[in-house]
Ligand binder design. Sequence first.
Ligand SMILES: Nc1ncnc2c1ncn2[C@@H]1O[C@H](COP(=O)(O)OP(=O)(O)OP(=O)(O)O)[C@@H](O)[C@H]1O
Length: 236
Amino acid sequence: MLRVEGLDVQYGRIRAVRDVSLEVSQGEIVGLLGPNGAGKTSTLGAVSGRLPVAGGRVLLEGEQLDGRPAEEIVRRGVSLVPEGRHVFATLTVAENLAIGATVRKDRAQVAEDIERQLERFSVLRRYYRSNAGKLSGGEQQQLVIARALLSRPRLLLLDEPSLGLSPLLVDLVFETIEQLRAEGLTILLVEQNASRTVEVADRCYVLRGGELVAHAPRGDLSPEELGDIYLGAGER
Ligand SMILES: Nc1ncnc2c1ncn2[C@@H]1O[C@H](COP(=O)(O)OP(=O)(O)OP(=O)(O)O)[C@@H](O)[C@H]1O
């Protein structure tokens, strides 16, 4: 479904991603692991059109995504849940959800999809008319995932969804990821929580210093390799 070929991403003269190639097939959960500053967020930025591609190509089902505006990429079925749970704090949960559906015209189905997300994340129903800024971190994470789903993506890009959450909420996030895959979604999951990611992902890529250093199917990343990722992260 997604093919990234020889991707380079630059911030001025800083090369954040160098010659990265990866693939995500339909129905897969693919993990993208690596320590702070490895280039994971920059890779998702380039795929989602939020950052310019300095070199290489990004293809969705064979069609070129790089060079297209971010909104068109959403319309083509790729939705990003950015790092840091960026909700619109002064808007209600309802308004935040509606923003996720702005690329769609099928209003009746949007209403059905909102209902489906409120069933999935019951806390969002409870706070539907409250300002999103009042939600806890875990609740905001549920809101940004639900908001991303409202564009009806075929490919979901998740950037560190479990970061800073309590163990119970980390469980909820990973359960949600597995549920979404069961519903037919394809997922590229950026995480520093390597041990949980290798449990759910069909395959994992490991980035370090902007370069791809490993690619392994489920079960193929050794404890030593995982340990390296953690050590590289420098915080666990
Ligand atoms: N806006 C920016 N301007 C300049 N350099 C940046 C910018 N954003 C990221 N970088 C640099 O690009 C490199 C890759 O950063 P990136 O955020 O993609 O890594 P990451 O693997 O997602 O790490 P993290 O887990 O900390 O988000 C780092 O060296 C970082 O300092």
